[in-house]
Write a protein that binds this ligand. Structure first.
Ligand SMILES: Cc1cc2nc3c(=O)[nH]c(=O)nc-3n(C[C@H](O)[C@H](O)[C@H](O)COP(=O)(O)O)c2cc1C
Length: 228
């Protein structure tokens, strides 16, 4: 593959937040997940696992997640108990970046920030996998601390780029890490493995939300300046 081809795949990848119901070929899905394993890993330990939900299992998980979300709608933290806390306030300097994403998504969907019902509906769409036929759930081994999540991230990015090259869309979703008890009822995962997040995968629709583009920060802003 040429540099230009890689560039076109990498720059075309964007989070997909509305999918067609078209199924993903099982063989293709397996190839994409296998390509994930070409990522480097801390001492080649691959301290992560992936749960793949399609068909009836995907529908059942979605129903369980949506009903849990609705049941806890009025409670702070939505009654969730994630393996890794999500209650991390955004540090100064980063909160503005996050707010720009929220604003971009809500503006594109025509949702007023004060419109709690529509915002809740968008939250529900996360748990409906935005209509995607495939839902992935990612776990890391707690014993390798941050290297576990780092390796998982490398795996996830390979999966997302492979999916992109195959004409598929993806959305990594922290929200899918909110209810580990539901996900662990569905997959056989050793006790040392913790749920981190999930991912929706399928063919993107032509919904305007898929045309919205999160900003790309200039490299300069992410580059540490030499001290002298
Ligand atoms: C670990 C992780 C968790 C994320 N969680 C969510 C999520 O729960 N819901 C969502 O709509 N997007 C989620 N995103 C997508 C980010 O908002 C998105 O990657 C970012 O805004 C950059 O946009 P891009 O993916 O289109 O380049 C997540 C991304 C990552 C890497």
């Amino acid at each position: 593959m040429s540099f230009a081809e890689f560039e076109s795949i990498a720059t075309a990848r964007r989070s997909t937040r509305d999918f067609l119901a078209d199924p993903v070929d099982q063989k293709l899905l397996e190839q994409i997940l296998e390509l994930g394993i070409t990522a480097p890993s801390w001492s080649n330990t691959r301290p992560f696992m992936v749960g793949v939900a399609t068909g009836e299992q995907r529908d059942r998980i979605s129903e369980k997640l949506v009903s849990r979300l609705r049941a806890n709608a009025n409670e702070p933290g939505m009654g969730n108990s994630p393996d890794f806390t999500h209650e991390i306030p955004y540090p100064a300097g980063l909160v503005e970046r996050s707010q720009r994403v929220g604003k971009g998504i809500y503006d594109t969907l025509g949702i007023d920030r004060a419109d709690k019902e529509s915002r809740f509906r968008f939250l529900e769409r996360n748990y409906e996998f935005f209509g995607a036929p495939v839902a992935l759930f990612f776990f890391t081994h707690r014993g390798l601390d941050h290297f576990g999540t780092l390796d998982l991230g490398l795996y996830m990015e390979n999966v997302m780029l492979a999916a992109q090259a195959a004409g598929l869309g993806t959305c990594a979703q922290g929200y899918l890490g909110n209810y580990p008890d539901i996900i662990k009822e569905e997959f056989d995962v050793p006790a040392e493995y913790a749920l981190v997040c999930g991912m929706s995968l399928g063919y993107p629709s032509h919904h305007p939300i898929n045309g919205w583009k999160a900003e790309r920060l200039p490299l300069q802003e992410l580059t540490a300046k030499p001290k002298n």
